[in-house]
Design a protein around this ligand. Structure first.
Ligand SMILES: *[C@@H]1O[C@H](CO)[C@@H](O)[C@H](O)[C@H]1NC(C)=O
Ligand SMILES: *[C@@H]1O[C@H](CO)[C@@H](O)[C@H](O)[C@H]1NC(C)=O
Ligand SMILES: *[C@@H]1O[C@H](CO)[C@@H](O)[C@H](O)[C@H]1NC(C)=O
Ligand SMILES: *[C@@H]1O[C@H](CO)[C@@H](O)[C@H](O)[C@H]1NC(C)=O
Ligand SMILES: *[C@@H]1O[C@H](CO)[C@@H](O)[C@H](O)[C@H]1NC(C)=O
Ligand SMILES: [Cu+2]
Length: 300
């Protein structure tokens, strides 16, 4: 083998590694497109908070797990409504020209109210997040694999969410190294919304988490020694998907009109397991349920 062909093979071997991260390049809301800024690049008006690098946020206690690496306020806010249909375009590489590189791990979405302000001015450090969607695998294929093939993530906002200012925290967690503690890669992204309508749904306080606080490095679904073990069960980290209810309602009525935000994973369900999230003050720990997805995992 010649030196130059060795070099080419060497570069093929390392480039996917150094380039294999990414970010949210674009969000559409009911068909209207909103562009994001390149990580660490110049800053144009956007609804998507800009991050400093395509690399993952690690560990789970990193303050940047809130809205992405060194995320800064974005200058615009997009209008949306209960039930709005969103598409989120995750891409790979610093210039955003490659597909998202990772195939293994969940896709989750959270929202938090921008308290007392519009979201372009809201410091989300103490934001109280509720989960609105989680996607694991469809059969033997992670939904994240579809993202790596160029598909956009789809999300329906809760149909009964109360009007107001909200951040959307969309997140991919990549688990290809999650067989070791500390190996999970977190990719959160925040989009600034103003939601209209006249609904009254709010998340039960037990379902709220701060970030950091919602995750830790040894939690199931983050440290996952069975990540490549066919037939194992994936446990989503963080709180369960919240069912939004009228303020003061302790639990959803049996005939509540609130619905899961999107045919989540048809084969996933919640379990009675407990998880803990951290709301400030930091000693306020709440017991929570956690979701299990029942489907079997397979190697592919
Ligand atoms: C995040 O910001 C801090 C403080 O400005 C800086 O030291 C650090 O290098 C930044 N991290 C990345 C990954 O850009
Ligand atoms: C929001 O405003 C209310 C009323 O002024 C105040 O009591 C509350 O502390 C404020 N919350 C935050 C997070 O600023
Ligand atoms: C989003 O919806 C489109 C259109 O139905 C579909 O092709 C795509 O696979 C979906 N994305 C994911 C991640 O499921
Ligand atoms: C919900 O159930 C209650 C009692 O179970 C009933 O009175 C009410 O009419 C129901 N509401 C709807 C919208 O079905
Ligand atoms: C990590 O999270 C899991 C799941 O929420 C919880 O059971 C465990 O107690 C947490 N560990 C630490 C050290 O906080
Ligand atoms: Cu990566």
């Amino acid at each position: 083998m010649t030196a130059s062909s060795s070099l080419v093979l060497f570069l093929f071997a390392i480039i996917p590694f150094v380039a294999s991260h990414g970010f949210v390049k674009e969000v559409t809301i009911d068909g209207t497109s909103y562009q994001g800024n390149l990580p660490g690049g110049t800053t144009s008006p956007s609804i998507i908070r800009q991050i400093s690098t395509i690399g993952p946020v690690q560990p789970a206690t990193n303050p940047s797990i809130n809205c992405g690496m060194n995320a800064t306020l974005a200058s615009l806010v997009a209008s949306a409504n209960p039930g709005s249909q969103l598409q989120i375009h995750w891409v790979g590489s610093s210039d955003g020209t490659s597909n998202w590189p990772h195939e293994t791990g969940p896709i989750m979405a959270y929202m938090a109210e921008c308290v007392n302000t519009t979201c372009d001015k809201y410091d989300s450090t103490n934001a109280e997040w509720f989960k609105i969607n989680e996607l694991g695998m469809d059969g033997s294929i992670w939904y994240q694999t579809l993202i790596s093939q160029g598909a956009w993530a789809n999300l329906t906002l809760p149909s009964n969410i109360a009007p107001g200012n909200y951040l959307l925290r969309h997140e991919l967690i990549s688990l290809q190294n999650a067989g070791s503690i500390g190996g999970a890669e977190f990719y959160p992204s925040c989009t600034q919304l103003k939601i209209g309508g006249s609904q009254n749904g709010v998340a039960p306080s037990d379902d709220l988490c701060t970030f950091p606080g919602g995750y830790n490095e040894t939690a199931p679904g983050i440290y996952d020694p069975d990540v490549y073990n066919p037939g194992s069960t994936y446990v989503f980290p963080g709180p369960p998907v919240a069912t939004l209810v009228a303020p003061g309602t302790s639990s959803p009525a049996p005939n509540s009109t609130s619905t899961p935000t999107q045919a989540p994973n048809p084969t996933s369900t919640s379990s009675g397991n407990s998880a803990s999230c951290q709301l400030q003050p930091s000693n306020n720990l709440n017991l929570r349920r956690r979701h299990l997805s029942k489907f079997k995992r397979h190697l592919f």
